[in-house]
Design a protein around this ligand. Structure first.
Ligand code: ADP
Ligand code: ZN
Ligand code: ZN
Length: 816
């Protein structure tokens, strides 16, 4: 029998290095296929897993058996298995955890612990202990296995724990794992169908004088032979009962039919003709179309200034993909942006559009996923995790605002959806278009070297001018009254309100980490080794670098101009809202930040109010800066632009340039020209001056020089190792131990360097102390090799990692 056995390789949703092997019992053999979900035993539990391989031999000798197969047809296509496997390998995380992130929660099956009688207890009730124990066992005998909580409630016990444990050790009960069906199921609706000829129905209807509701239902069924019961009831209150009577009389049948939940607004189809493309759009579209006909694996950068009509190019390219029988995927960086994107795409493509993001209900995600998998919807729009959308015949992937750091997931699996999209396109022979007004340095670098195809939309549509930007030097406007809103910005807001136009006020909250800044010359103290701003620790009055662990006492005077005006900074949206309210009591204010966008449709509500003109001034964090297209916004004000420069991150200048360019791009998209005021203490900083002149190329070249001199990406690849533990001594010791292990596996310093270990900027999170180590290497291959060798050595050294959690972050975007 040995050589006839089939072994299933199963990726489970647990932190394990590789899939687990299981025998496939004969009874399940015919139902097994790669890509299906299965139930397997792990320890004493039953867990959900994904069947990723079927083989004949296993290196493991004592294999357990597969318990169940959940799907009739595989949930995951070979293409998605290949993609998620790449993600697992590249980002160095368990495959099962990538699959968990890829598949909507509604498909998840869980298992729970229940208590059941042992066979002996069942057969010999006379041996049961008396009293409460007997009541409890009696209950189990009658009702079968129960959860502890339910058991306690039903037999009226407050603290059942000790008793249950005692009965278990005495052999009366046992703990077993039981499967919980998925929370989400296909939605069923009742359909009513006439099952007699219409002519017969007509005569019947006339004979129904004493049952007017039944007559009315028959009348409706003559107009249209099949109705959703709910729709009948909506037309005619009381229809439900009438249908029941008619069904008893075998005049109609009622059947349960699945009805998909849909998310995209299907009723807003726009029948006006799309605009005629301008020359640059036309040129870009032609290139994308020729790649669609003959994909060559080269990613495309669509580099178009704000308002240059990138979305229109995406939509035309999607139409072409559909006409070629292909499907398309559109990624947008945040949920707040999906609403507007979905509205625009649904207006053009109607029911072809499915939406996937974490803001949907579990049922909605479940259905949208299935609509895509079945090919009923051919365009998926969504945030990060939609990169795993099940699209058969995928032809085109659009990554809008590709530079955005929210494409990076900051928990396991720590993937960047933009990069996964590039790989997915290469694996599936699809075309990937990365769109942005401010491409990431990495992306533009590849485009400038010919690794990506660079397509430019250098002007706004209809020759609308880019907004006029004014820099307001906060050092000049230093009175307490002007600290939040300077006089020039106050005047600009007043004029904007007078013209009945709208205005956005951006607070750059990325600068929330405390830092010191000189009020006289604008200097923020920097680390001598790393060229990042030092973080100010109020409690012990020190400045620290969180890349290299450099630390110094906070100086009393400015290191550059020696003035005594070093101040600690930090400012919130609510405070700004209050100030604006005091200055413009008449104006209708809106606020958009993490606090006001908690609810499911909160973003939409706020943006809807903006588009309906119910808000005069919208105050917000960076989420207001992106992508939105509202023609009546003519003024954008930026408070504390330089806050972002103080965070300890080598990308801080890039993020600031992007943010300023993006938020400026919200102004003047309609007929009137836009105006932008940027308040800053550092008007001479290159991020601000290049944004001032709409000069992406100038910024790119300056920043590339800096990156090269410090050997940061795109000149190197980074990996961050984070070590966390409740024990501050252990985490430090483990970090140092691990750093020595890494050093043992490091090639020469030209290929790989190590920074740290150092305390992370957020040194304690959820009661865990955090340390990190940063690796810089010439390629990701060098990083992988060193990390694999070090991690496998560390595994044999069980001592040092005790109680310390270690996670790997490839291409990290956050250094907090
Ligand atoms: P981007 O995504 O580059 O910021 P959008 O695609 O949102 O720009 O375009 C801005 C506005 O211009 C939209 O309202 C869009 O409908 C309109 N638009 C796009 N292309 C054209 C065109 N060729 N002629 C006129 N209007 C256009
Ligand atoms: Zn100074
Ligand atoms: Zn440093």
């Amino acid at each position: 029998m040995q050589n006839l056995s089939v072994i299933a390789q199963v990726a489970v949703e647990l932190p394990l290095d590789s899939p687990l092997d299981y025998y496939v019992p004969l009874s399940l053999l015919s139902r097994c296929a790669i890509g299906q979900r299965v139930i397997v035993p792990v320890g004493s539990r039953q867990v959900l897993g994904y069947l990723v391989g079927l083989v004949e031999t296993s290196p493991v000798s004592e294999l357990k058996e597969l318990l169940d197969v959940l799907d009739d047809t595989p949930l995951l296509t070979p293409e998605l298995l290949q993609l998620t496997r790449w993600v697992a390998e590249y980002y160095m995380c368990p495959w099962g955890q990538v699959l968990k992130a890829a598949v909507p929660e509604g498909f998840r099956v869980q298992s729970e612990t229940v208590y059941a009688l042992t066979p002996q207890a069942q057969e010999q009730p006379h041996t049961w202990p008396p009293g409460q124990a007997a009541t409890l066992l009696q209950h189990l005998a009658q009702h079968g296995p129960q959860r502890q909580r339910d058991l306690a409630r039903q037999v009226g016990m407050v603290q059942p724990h000790a008793l249950i444990r005692r009965l278990a050790t005495q052999g009366f009960l046992k703990r077993v794992q039981q499967r919980v069906p998925p929370r989400v199921r296909a939605r069923q609706v009742a359909m009513v169908r006439l099952c007699i000829p219409p002519t017969e129905a007509q005569s019947l209807q006339q004979g129904q004088k004493r049952a007017p509701n039944q007559a009315a239902v028959l009348a409706l069924l003559q107009q249209q032979p099949v109705w959703e019961l709910a729709a009948l009831e909506a037309q005619l209150p009381g229809a439900r009962a009438a249908v029941q009577r008619l069904a008893q009389r075998q005049i109609v049948t009622v059947t349960q039919v699945e009805k998909m939940r849909t998310v995209a607004p299907l009723e807003v189809v726009d029948h006006t003709l799309p605009p005629v493309l301008n020359q640059a759009q036309q040129h870009a579209l032609q290139h994308i179309e020729s790649k669609l006909m003959a994909p060559d694996g080269v990613p495309i950068l669509l580099h178009g200034v704000t308002g240059s009509g990138k979305t229109e190019v995406y939509m035309r390219a999607i139409a072409t993909a559909l006409s070629l029988g292909k499907s398309a995927l559109v990624l947008v960086p945040e949920i707040s942006l999906t609403a507007q994107a979905v509205e625009r795409f649904a207006a053009r493509f109607a029911a072809h559009v499915a939406v996937l993001h974490s803001g949907l209900s579990a049922g909605e995600r479940f259905d949208e996923w299935r609509r895509l998998a079945r090919g009923e919807a051919r365009i998926a729009i969504g945030a990060r995790s939609a990169v795993f959308a099940p699209l058969p015949e995928l032809g085109l992937i659009v990554v809008d605002e590709e530079h955005d750091s929210s494409y990076k997931q900051e928990e396991t699996p720590r993937y960047n959806a933009r990069d996964v999209a590039i790989v997915r396109a290469q694996q599936g022979r699809a075309v990937v278009v990365l769109g942005s007004a401010t491409p990431a340095l990495e992306t533009f670098y590849h485009a400038s070297r010919g690794k990506y195809l660079h397509l430019a939309l250098p002007f706004r549509v209809e020759d609308k001018p880019l907004p006029h930007i004014t820099i307001v030097d906060q050092r000049v406007h230093a009175t307490p009254n002007e600290r939040v809103i300077s006089t020039p910005l106050r005047h600009a807001i007043a004029a904007c309100l007078q013209r009945h136009e709208q205005c956005l006020i951006l607070i750059n909250r990325r600068g929330f980490a405390a830092y010191l800044q000189c009020r006289d010359c604008g200097t923020v103290p920097q680390c001598a080794n790393c060229s990042v701003s030092l973080t100010y620790h109020r409690r012990d009055r020190t400045l620290k670098c969180h890349y290299c662990d450099f630390s110094q006492p906070a100086p009393a005077t400015c290191p550059v101009c020696h003035s005594l005006t070093l101040h600690a900074f930090g400012l919130g949206t609510q405070q700004v809202e209050d100030v604006l309210h005091a200055l413009f009591p008449q104006a209708r204010l809106g606020r958009m930040d993490r606090d006001t966008t908690r609810g499911k449709a909160a973003h939409q509500r706020i943006l809807h109010a903006l588009s309906e003109g119910e808000v005069d001034i919208l105050v917000g964090t960076q989420m207001i800066a992106k992508g939105h297209d509202y023609p009546n916004i003519t003024l954008v004000g930026v408070i504390s632009a330089d806050g972002a420069l103080a965070i300890p991150d080598f990308r801080a200048p890039e993020r600031l340039f992007q943010l300023l360019t993006q938020v400026a791009g919200r102004a003047g998209r309609g007929q009137a020209r836009g105006e932008v005021l940027i308040q800053t203490y550092r008007p001479d900083h290159y991020s601000i001056s290049f944004a001032h002149h709409h000069d992406f190329h100038g910024f790119f070249h300056s920043e590339m020089q800096r990156r090269q001199s410090l050997l940061y990406p795109p000149f190197t690849r980074l990996a961050k190792l984070l070590l966390e533990s409740p024990n501050v001594v252990q985490v430090q010791a483990a970090s140092q131990r691990f750093a020595t292990i890494l050093q043992r596996h490091m090639p020469d310093a030209r290929q790989l360097t190590l920074l740290g270990p150092a305390e992370a900027p957020i040194v304690k999170l959820h009661n865990r102390y955090r340390w990190h180590i940063l690796l810089k290497a010439t390629s990701s291959r060098v990083l992988h090799r060193c990390l694999h060798a070090s991690l496998s050595e560390a595994k044999h050294d069980k001592q040092y990692l005790q109680g310390v959690r270690l996670s790997v972050d490839m291409d990290p975007m956050l250094f907090m």
